[in-house]
Design a binder for this molecule. Sequence first.
Ligand code: HMG
Ligand code: MG
Length: 312
Amino acid sequence: MQKGYVKIVEVGPRDGLQNEARYVDVETRLALIARLVAAGVQHIEAAAFVSPKWVPQMAGSAELMKRLPRRAGVHYSALTPNLYGLESAIEAGCEEVAVFASASEQFSRRNINCTIRESLERFRSVVEAAFAHGIKVRGYVSCALHCPYEGAVPTGKVAEVAMLLYELGCYEVSLGDTVGRGTPDSTRTMLEMVARRIPVQHLCCHFHDTYGMAIANIASSLELGVRVFDSSVAGLGGCPYAAGASGNVATEEVLYLLQGMGYDTGINLPQLVEAGRFISQALGRESSSRVGRAYAATGGGRLLAASTCDAA
Ligand code: HMG
Ligand code: MG
């Protein structure tokens, strides 16, 4: 029985590749994105207009944004930490950007070199300028469950920062388990707190999979009504300012879970696996997605959704 639509925001080209040791050139990033689009992915965070001194892997974002395949129903976004980044994004033709705050003071300083309060002041100008150009803005709250420098983060602080982003005009607030230390219970507690202040349909969950809990955390979030998830094809990614953090939850795993539970995502799993194979090969390593590896192990012959496996 179909349970409804779940929106997947594919963040591999940004969150994934920003943390790969090997620089992936614009041509390869475009080839990855073309495969994601062919698989039916409709929301792709493609680039980041951040300082190349801070994150060299995102160099070439302007060229990439200009050359993206434009298709009806496909939406691209890019990170913009300040007005400088926004101006570059506008020049490159971005229709959606994302600002990124943190619920942890230390992480904010290490990631964007300012306090939480300063970041929110900057984002006010970014959002105003974006709206003046008809650009949608998404917001992130990093360290929504745990900070690599401060440890457990109070849920009240997460809710406060999320609310401030929502009040600034972010149409969706993505709650980031930056270091992947959340569990289904801590996820539930945090979400219940945030959802008291922001309608759940405006929330997204963004899990990194360092401790292997991401899929369980997604199942927990679904129970609370979250219907938007960020994920990275082939489990690419991490965060350059969160030592030890592994990649985002693999999109292949998220699709397998959602299909098995009867949710629709509009994405074709075998084609997505092919996109994961492509980028893993370009990086010269095996995919971090277990679903992707299982598919490869069967010779790519067939990949069944969880719900149909038992009958096979
Ligand atoms: P800063 O050094 O404080 O900036 O960095 P500044 O304003 O003092 O400027 C210093 C230099 O950077 C100047 O150049 C500026 O022009 C330049 P110089 O005069 O030295 O040649 N500059 C820029 N260049 C390109 N693009 C820009 C830009 N702004 C200034 N937008 C800044 C502040 C925010 C720029 C820096 O800290 C930065 O770029 N940080 C980005 C960090 C980042 O990208 N982290 C990863 C993304 S967040 C994440 O992954 C978490 C998430 O996935 C959710 C989760 O998992 O929790 C979203
Ligand atoms: Mg992230």
